[in-house]
Design a protein around this ligand. Structure first.
Ligand code: ZN
Length: 235
């Protein structure tokens, strides 16, 4: 399947999705599809290199957070191409790749870039920041509803709406931030983010929808190119 939707990642939904997953550590995974371009051994190497680099970056930015990434493969053969980041019950960062995602990559740089992007969501505390934004906005909407003497049920609805609006407002910025830091992690781990970002050409472009969940692909590629200039990969 060539239609890849790895960016239908919701950092908020991810925590729920993990409940029903059958996961294996990337270090033990050894089941590439016959038509996969990247071998299981290469995927294991990428996991090791990106995991190490992401850990270093994570500790540099915030030594108090858990920086020991668990990189896992979802063994469900019917799961669509996807990768996402979540936290386990001990607040340890987990990055999950479906097998279809690994099989859909055309080279190691693409997988490294996707993994670097997911790791960057954790380094930049996106789940925690989403939660903070949502609760602040929920409180503001609730206060506004109280000013109008709304009843409790309506105040609760207003708070829910406030939380949803906050998530929508920041979600595109978070994606671009993750692309920028993901580019750096990918490069420092020894992969080429410019080659990796070619991946965007093969996923459906969300366009520039107001309150959409993802930025247009062109904007994402531009961030990767701009960031790559600092390594001299591009002039
Ligand atoms: Zn993302």
């Amino acid at each position: 399947m060539r239609v890849v939707i790895f960016l239908l990642v919701s950092v908020l939904l991810a925590a729920c999705e993990t409940q029903s997953l059958r996961l294996m550590p990337a270090a033990d995974w050894d089941a590439p599809a016959p038509d996969a371009q990247v071998t299981a051994a290469t995927f294991r190497e990428i996991s090791q290199a990106i995991g190490k680099e992401a850990r270093g970056e994570c500790l540099r930015q915030n030594a108090n957070q858990n920086c020991d990434f668990k990189i896992m493969v979802d063994l469900n053969p019917r799961a669509p191409a996807n990768a996402f980041q979540t936290l386990d019950e001990d607040r340890q960062p987990v990055i999950i790749f479906t097998q279809a995602m690994i099989e859909s990559a055309e080279n190691a740089d693409e997988l490294a870039f996707v993994m670097g992007h997911e790791a960057a969501h954790h380094v930049l505390r996106h789940i925690a920041r989403q939660t903070e934004n949502a609760s602040e906005s929920a409180a503001k909407f609730g206060d506004l509803a109280r000013l109008y003497d709304w009843d409790d049920a309506d105040i609760e609805e207003a708070q829910k709406l406030g939380a949803e609006v906050a998530v929508q407002v920041y979600v595109k910025d978070f994606e671009l931030e993750a692309d920028q830091l993901g580019t750096i992690i990918t490069h420092n781990a020894g992969y080429n983010p410019l080659v990796g970002a070619v991946y965007f050409d093969r996923i459906p472009d969300p366009g520039d929808k107001f309150l959409g969940t993802h930025p247009p692909n062109a904007q994402r590629v531009q961030i990767v190119r701009d960031t790559s200039k600092q390594f001299g990969l591009l002039r």
